[in-house]
Structures are given as structure tokens and as C-alpha cells.
Design a protein around this ligand. Sequence first.
Ligand SMILES: Nc1ncnc2c1ncn2[C@@H]1O[C@H](COP(=O)(O)OP(=O)(O)OP(=O)(O)O)[C@@H](O)[C@H]1O
Length: 584
Amino acid sequence: MKVLFRLGWFFKQQKKQYSIGIAMLMIVSLLQLLPPKIIGTIVDDITAGELTSTGLTKWLVILGVAGILMYIARYYWRVLIFGSAVLLSRTMREKLFNHFTRMSPSFYQKRRVGDLMAHATNDINAVQQTAGMGVLTLVDSIATGGFVIAVMAITINWKLTLIALIPIPLMIILTSYYGKLLQKRFRFAQEAFSNLNDKTQESISGIKVIKTFGQQQEDIHDFTNLSNDVVDKNLRVAKIDALFDPTITGVFAISYSLSFFFGTKFIIAGDMSIGDMIAFSTYLGLLVWPMLAFGFLFNIVERGNASYSRIEELLSVVPDIKDVPGAIDAKPEGDLHFDIDEFKFPGDDRAALHSVHFTLKRGETMGIVGKTGSGKTAILKLLLREFEGYKGSIIYGGKPINQYKQQRLRESIGYVPQDHFLFSTTLAENIAFTNPKIAVEKIHEAAALAHIHEDISGFTEGYDTIVGERGVSLSGGQKQRVSIARALIMQPELLILDDSLSAVDAKTEEAILESLKQTRTGETTIITSHRLSAIQHAHKIIVMYEGTIVEVGTHEELIDLAGKYKEMYDLQQLEMLVEQGGEG
Ligand SMILES: Nc1ncnc2c1ncn2[C@@H]1O[C@H](COP(=O)(O)OP(=O)(O)OP(=O)(O)O)[C@@H](O)[C@H]1O
């Protein structure tokens, strides 16, 4: 029941709705008591030969009015209580989603997306159930159950009431036990279904790889196994589900038998009338739901409590990257001083960066090269403030980057990541992502700069073409260029291209770089690349090797140095020659 107190803040917020809803529930509980009593009285009047037509009409009118009132009250309690519970799930979902958006990459590195999704769906559902069904079962089991038992005991026969109730605890114990088993098995069934979902999604996304490697049969086999698992686990759920009905019917059959047996004795002894006996058995029927609700109640609140704890635990994670109090509310501009003595990724013992020191003057272009895993992206992640906890400092525009509001810092950086991501919406919306209200001409301008305008104009739907799962699939190079356009539209103070030209051909790469050179005079650019042609014209090139800078200079200086850069250059020249068939 703890969860009902923990949700106190919400019940307070919805005080009016819950108070009226519960009052309506009570009204239904009380009105339900009328029909059995009236039927019993009518039977007794008939037996005694005292039933008049006025008497009968009076009872029928009362029954009719009670029926209408119950109809109205039932409608309103549902709207008020279940409606409020839906509001709770909306509030919790929004809280969780806002929280997710504030979390830094290290948070997502530690958790599986599927798990986070489960919190946002299953756990929130369980809490919603507590605020809806939980409240209903609580009120119904206590109020309706209590009223019915009281009326049976007080107005009919307390001894018979006690006798009829003897088997009921058995039903509560059994249904509550089944409920627990059901929940456990249901969780396994859901997990199996979720595995099947993951498998289907992965197989569809990876269908090309599966076919290329001729693994269809194996894939079908895996799928069939998972599908069978779903069936097995659901069958186990169904087997428990099937126990509820016979148990309830069985227990109440014992209850009815006992009450008929002893009721008849009481009637013969003159302690009860036949009308009383009929009213009594109808009341007994009314007890089925409250007793069942009592069993359900514990399962619902237990599940709600566990889910609420899981959600609270997630919400209590403090974002590891926060704005400092009084953070600078302006976009950083100016020179960049990168002085990192050491940086380790969270949970990693090895230093991803050590002794990385460079200065990038405003308006300059810097290239970062180095073999894979040498720390190029790590430098960019620190610049973007995706990770902290390094030894050293990063000064941008005269202030450490952590002194700026994160929002302002991000607004001044246009980042094109290695693993570009496009949303399943139109190309225009993808490009105008940071400013959806921007003029169409600006979108076209950015696309032209990224040399994707012509490709887009060639699509039947042009800029309205939907990308991704619901639309056309773009080539790797096209996706990269759309991502570049998305960054360029911000006219960022600092543009970062993280190996963002790897999928375009050499000619397009040169054209894009030339446009950038012409339009971004006075603005800073950082380009990381495996292909040296992408950074050859940079004002400064740093060469990374195992997390540190091993060479710095312009292209010409580095060639003269005859070190790692020259080695890479010669190798790439050779590769080009081979590609061109040895001509040249
Ligand atoms: N989020 C992370 N958590 C832990 N280790 C990481 C993380 N990201 C990168 N690393 C590790 O840090 C090192 C530097 O990686 P980084 O991504 O900077 O290399 P890179 O030079 O950009 O490589 P590539 O050219 O392949 O993109 C690698 O050893 C990598 O395994």
C-alpha cells in the first residue's frame, strides 16, 4: 500500500477528481444494496398475500430510480478515476522524457535503449494501473464489500453471514497467489515478445547482410525458436488465467451451499423468511467482485510500487554535465585553447587522450588526422562537452567551456558526427532541424553549400521527400551531405566535420571544401579525416597517435618533416595510383 502514499502528491493535485470519483463509487455501492432487499420484500409480500399493485409500482419506481442513479454514478467515477490515472501516466512520461533529454552520453552508454523504453511504457503503465484500478479495487473491496456484509449481517442474519463467509478467505488467498504467478509469467511472456521484436527489427534492418552471407535459413531458424518461445510463455500465462474462473465459482458454490443448508434451517426455525433467503443469496452474488478486488489489490499495488521505484531511481540520476551557477548566457566566440593533460572515458582505465595541447585561432581551419582509435573523436567530444572529468582546460573565447550555458555552447558549434543520423521526416525538415521556421531559401542555400541541392532537386518530391524508414533511402554520401547542410544552416562559429566526407567522392569533397573556404571566412572549422585530401588546405594539421599529438604543422611542413604524416600521405598516393590502374 506504500505506493498509494508515495503517489500522494498526485492525489493531492487531483483532489477534486478523486474525491468526487470515490463518492460516486460509494453511491454505487450503496445503491446496489437496494435491489436484493426490495426483491426479498416483494417475495415476502407475495408469500403473505399482501402485495398490492400500488406497493409493487412503488418498489418498481424505486428500483428504476436507483438504476438510473447507478448508471450516472458509474459513468462519472470511471471518467474521474481512470481519467486521472491517464493524466498521471502523462505527467510521469513527460518527466521521464525531459530527464532523458538532459542526460549525457555516458548515461546512455551504461543503459540499453530497450530497457529505457520499457521504463517509459511498462513501468508507467503499472503506475497508471495503481492510480486507476488500484484505487477502484481498494474502495470496492473495503466499501462495497463492507456495506454488503454489514447489510447481510444487520438486516438479514449475522450467523448466516458468518457461515457464508467461511470459504471466502480461501478465494482471496488463491486469487492473490494466481495473480502473483500470472504477473511473473506475464513478465516472461513480455520479455519473450520483446526479444522477438528485437530479432524482427534487426533482421529487417540487416536483411542485406543476412542475404549477402546466405544466412536466411539460420535466421528463419532463430526466428522460429523465438516465436515458439513466445507461444510457450503465453500458454503458461493462459494456464494460470484459466484458473481464476473455476476457483471463484468453486468457492462461491461452497458458500452458496452452506448458506442454503443453514438458511433453510433458519427458515424452518422461524428465524428468517423466504424473502430474506432470496435477498441473502443475491447479496452473496454481490460479494464476488469486492472479494476478487481484494485479491487483485495487492498485486496491483505491489507491481505499482516496484515500477514506481524503478522510475524514481532513473529520475534520481543527476546529469553529470550541468550548467554551473551563473553560467555565461552568451555564445562563445574567439580563439580556442585546448590543453588536456589526461582524459579517460568513464569506466575505462586507459587514457584516451594525454598531453594534447593546441591553439586554434578564430577563423582558422584545423585538420586532425591519425589512425583509427587514435583519439580524434575524443577531442571533439570534449569540445562539445559530452564528457568532462579531464585533467587540463579547454578555453573558448577567453573562458573555460564549462562556464558557458550548455545551450549557448552548442548553439555556437555546428557538429557533423561520424555516424550521421537523419530523422524520418522531410529533407527540408532535416536540414532546418535547429531552426524549423527558417526561410526556404536558406535551406536551399545550405544544401547548395553542402552540394546536395542538385540531388534533392532530382527527387520527385524534392525537399519534401521523406527520408529513412518511411521514405527513400539515401546513399551514404547523400546522408553525409544532408548532415553537413544541417550544420551549415546554423552558420556556426565553429564547424566540426568528424570524418564527414568519407562517403563522398574526391571531386565532391573538393567542391564542398572550396565552398566552405569561401563562405566561412572569419569562422573556425575543425575537420577530422582519414583521407588527407580533406585537410590538406588547413591552416594547421595535428597528427594523433595513441591518444596524443605526435606532429603539428601545415601540409607542406609535415611532408618536409618526413614523419607519420608523410608515411600516411605516401601510402594514400600509392592507393590512388593503384585505384587508377597504375597510370600517372
Ligand atoms: N564512449 C567511449 N567509452 C569508452 N571508450 C571510448 C569511447 N569512445 C571512444 N573510446 C575509446 O577511446 C579511444 C579513442 O577513440 P576515438 O573515437 O577518439 O578514435 P578516433 O581517432 O576518432 O577513431 P576513428 O578514426 O576510428 O573514428 C579508442 O580506443 C576508443 O576505443
